[in-house]
Design a protein around this ligand. Structure first.
Ligand SMILES: C[S@@+](CC[C@H](N)C(=O)[O-])C[C@H]1O[C@@H](n2cnc3c(N)ncnc32)[C@H](O)[C@@H]1O
Length: 254
């Protein structure tokens, strides 16, 4: 790990991983142990927060769909303010800060404000959720390409700027973050792009935690299964033939 400077403040954008505390990086944990301030997101679990040293100031930034505690500009302003007062500031985010985590935007703003920053990657939920469900993202017989894509567009107004046709035709495995709310529209787009109704699909909620919930189905069955099980976000959506391996691989992660 780079030596944490004593004389100048630094903001660390730290990935907390997907929930299982064992998936937090050693480097991220070491920084939490010496942090002066930790500003954390809603998806960061209690066991990760327990790694923060007792002296540190803890601030929840909230951020779940429709329930924002602090706006993005308020978070950036707070990071800049804390960097003027303290030395080791941690912005703790679920998964990886640079994967649908706005870490890039925050880092640009901090650098523009003249503040030293460093990103500490985390294991992203789009990799951990399928892994803990027995779903490889690639496999020499079934998939040689993966796309990570967001299913979230401005709430209540789903006008996708994603080229679903290109993704359907160019990628054998598709991993969708924030895709539950708009799943019906996304499936329509992918079906129009040529994916058949029996395409395998998996929905994984609370990946890597003991209370994980998982639905495995096909394009034609999954919306009914969701309704029946009252399946809710946040979850990762996986699409592709490697899902069929889950019956062999699930339960063999330990
Ligand atoms: C704003 S994105 C943040 C992604 C995060 N930076 C990452 O790398 O995992 C939030 C979305 O990530 C996914 N997600 C994050 N943590 C998850 C978990 N433990 N289980 C399932 N999905 C998760 C969900 O799709 C959720 O809506």
């Amino acid at each position: 790990m780079n030596k944490i400077p004593n004389t100048f403040a630094k903001v660390y954008l730290v990935g907390a991983g997907p929930g299982d505390p064992g998936l937090m990086t050693l480097k991220g944990k070491q920084i939490l142990e010496v942090a002066d301030v930790v500003i954390y997101d809603a998806l960061v679990g209690a066991e990760i927060l327990a790694m923060i040293n007792d002296q540190a100031e803890r601030i929840s930034a909230g951020k779940r769909r429709g329930h924002h505690c602090l706006s993005q500009s308020e978070i950036t302003a707070l990071l800049i303010k804390k960097a003027q007062e303290k030395k080791v500031i941690v912005r703790l985010k679920g998964g990886d800060p640079f994967v649908f985590g706005r870490g890039g935007e925050e880092m640009v703003d901090l650098i523009k404000a003249g503040i030293a920053t460093e990103v500490v990657p985390g294991i992203t939920s789009g990799i951990a959720a399928p892994a803990y469900s027995g779903i490889p993202l690639t496999h020499r017989d079934y998939s040689s390409s993966v796309t990570f894509v967001t299913g979230h567009q401005s709430a209540g107004d789903y006008r996708s700027q994603i080229n679903w046709k290109a993704i359907a035709q160019g990628s054998q495995t598709i991993v969708i973050y924030m895709g539950i709310h708009n799943l019906a529209s996304i499936l329509r787009e992918l079906t129009n792009a040529g994916l058949p109704p029996d395409t395998p699909i998996a929905l994984i909620r609370w990946a890597t935690l003991p209370h994980q919930e998982k639905l495995i189905g096909t394009f034609s069955s999954i919306l009914g299964q969701m309704q029946e099980k009252k399946f809710k976000a946040p979850a990762i959506v996986v699409i592709g033939k490697t899902i069929n391996l889950h019956s062999i691989l699930a339960g063999h992660k330990d």
